[in-house]
Design a protein around this ligand. Structure first.
Ligand code: SDX
Length: 437
């Protein structure tokens, strides 16, 4: 295939065999790689493109998040993640992702007030929870309870009504922490704690998780700031697996609550959002610094299925910019909470040091990703391992719903329906069971 600029714009020429050539339009974004538009390839060549895992496939155009995996760049609506993590807060980042611009003070105050007043869930949701076993994984509870929101909030499920799309977005951003805290409380047998409108988003989440009715709960401002930064880091990430799941579910016209539940289900996987829980389990299994090399060797062994959890990324082939901020935040929390037994942090740093100097990881461009340090931080704050991916889902909900809204409002979008390379049996006649061998 060759590409060139012509009066009709950029195009690529695909040669099929010696006597067939097809010109395909090439489109450019504001930054990042061009795309070859293959939308009419099948009609013109009776061929599909083939790209398992979508390693070279763009499924949409978007204005929300930009990633440069080679340069380690992550922008939310054009703003670098490092600056947002340093200077913004999660509610402001939610406004930015949903609306495309940073809010004025008046816009921020109105948005924060709206989110605050949507944090309660329908009281019957509490009865919905009692159907789960106490030892259910909180992600199983979140899949069920978030999907169930569509059984309660019928006035924000019409995807063709712009106002209902906004209300559904606000409800989801506001209610995810409440449902996450309820899932945690249910798992430990403690009573649900209602949201408090006098607290900011992240402090409210902490008090719903860790307060008990018997005594006042005082939010640690350092912990609240660290968790707010963690939420910012996880808020959106272009067309990752769970976001693509939300977009595909939404392309059929499914209601936003069901689409977010689908995203939660996809995020749960250990190759994706479940990696923060898996990374901490791995660090705990390693246990001491003298065992780190053994696990690095296992990860390099071509006959071993073992992978270093929290390492590698489909897009970042340089450092994950979020991992740098996550490592710093982890260190701040451990010091602020005066956590002496930092052995697991020392094991993590030793693992990072060995891996980053090992030719296997260098050649395969495997660096720590955001999940490598987030688990240590979340456990230091007091969350159990089973809640780590739930927190990722709380943060990513605003990214999912922003991408969902963008898709619904994109005139180019239609129901997602990929094709395949069929490698099964050709047509054959049915054989009655009495005649089978
Ligand atoms: C997230 O997409 C996103 O944006 C996701 C995310 C987000 O914010 O939404 O950033 C969040 O999901 C981060 C990733 C969390 N997952 C993990 O930490 C799990 C461990 N990492 C991997 O399983 C893996 O690196 C992936 C899934 C993250 C990426 O896999 P790819 O891009 O499909 O790469 P690959 O599996 O083809 O691996 C390339 C090579 C392979 O070796 P070869 O077959 O070429 O010999 O690198 C090896 C892999 O075996 N490899 C690893 C490894 N990851 C890849 N070897 C050891 N340890 C690892 N962690």
């Amino acid at each position: 295939m060759t590409s060139e600029d012509t009066d009709a714009g950029k195009h690529a020429t695909l040669s099929l065999g010696s006597n067939r050539q097809v010109e395909l339009p090439v489109r450019s974004g504001t930054i990042g790689p061009d795309v070859i538009d293959v939308g009419r390839l099948y009609n013109r060549t009776h061929c599909f493109t083939y790209d398992p895992g979508f390693t070279s496939t763009a499924n949409c155009s978007s204005r929300i998040t930009y990633i440069d995996g080679d340069e380690g760049i992550l922008l939310y609506r054009g703003y670098p993640i490092e600056q947002l993590a340093q200077s913004s807060n999660f509610v402001e980042v939610c406004y930015l992702l949903l609306n495309g611009e940073l809010p004025t003070q008046a816009e921020y105050d109105a948005f924060r007030n709206t989110i605050t007043r949507h944090t309660m869930v329908h009281e019957q949701m509490t009865r919905f929870f009692t159907g789960f076993r106490r030892d259910a994984h909180p992600m199983a509870v979140m899949c069920g309870s978030v999907g169930a929101l569509s059984a309660f909030y019928h006035d924000s499920t019409d995807i063709n009504d712009a106002y209902q799309r906004v209300v559904a977005s606000h409800r989801l951003v506001a209610k995810m922490p409440t449902l996450a805290a309820m899932a945690y409380k249910y798992s430990i047998g403690q009573p649900f704690i209602y949201p408090r409108n006098d607290l900011d988003y992240t402090s409210n989440f902490l008090q719903m998780c860790f307060a008990v009715p018997c005594e006042p709960y005082v939010v640690n401002p350092i912990v609240a700031r660290a968790l707010d930064r963690i939420l910012i880091l996880h808020a959106d990430h272009e067309q990752n697996a769970s976001t693509s799941t939300v977009r595909l579910a939404g392309s059929s016209g499914a209601n936003p609550f069901a689409c977010i539940a689908a995203g939660i289900a996809c995020l749960w996987g250990p190759a994706h959002g479940g990696a923060n829980e898996a990374a901490l389990r791995m660090l705990e299994e390693i246990g001491t610094m003298d065992r780190v090399q053994e696990y690095v060797d296992r990860a390099k062994d071509p006959n071993s299925e073992f992978r270093l959890m929290g390492f590698g990324h489909r897009v970042y082939k340089n450092y994950d910019p979020r991992a740098k901020v996550m490592q710093q935040t982890c260190y701040e929390v451990l010091n602020a909470l005066n956590i002496k037994n930092q052995q697991i942090f020392d094991v993590a740093k030793k693992l990072e040091e060995i891996a980053l100097s090992d030719s296997y990881f260098i050649e395969k461009k495997l660096y720590p990703n955001i999940d490598f340090y987030s688990g240590i931080t979340l456990r230091a704050i007091g969350f159990p391992l089973s809640m780590f991916t739930v927190l990722f889902a709380v943060a990513r909900t605003v990214g999912w719903i922003s991408q969902w809204k963008e898709m619904i409002e994109d005139p180019e979008q239609k129901i997602g329906r990929p094709r395949q390379l069929y490698i099964g049996r050709t047509e054959r006649p049915y054989v009655p069971i009495a005649q089978r061998g």
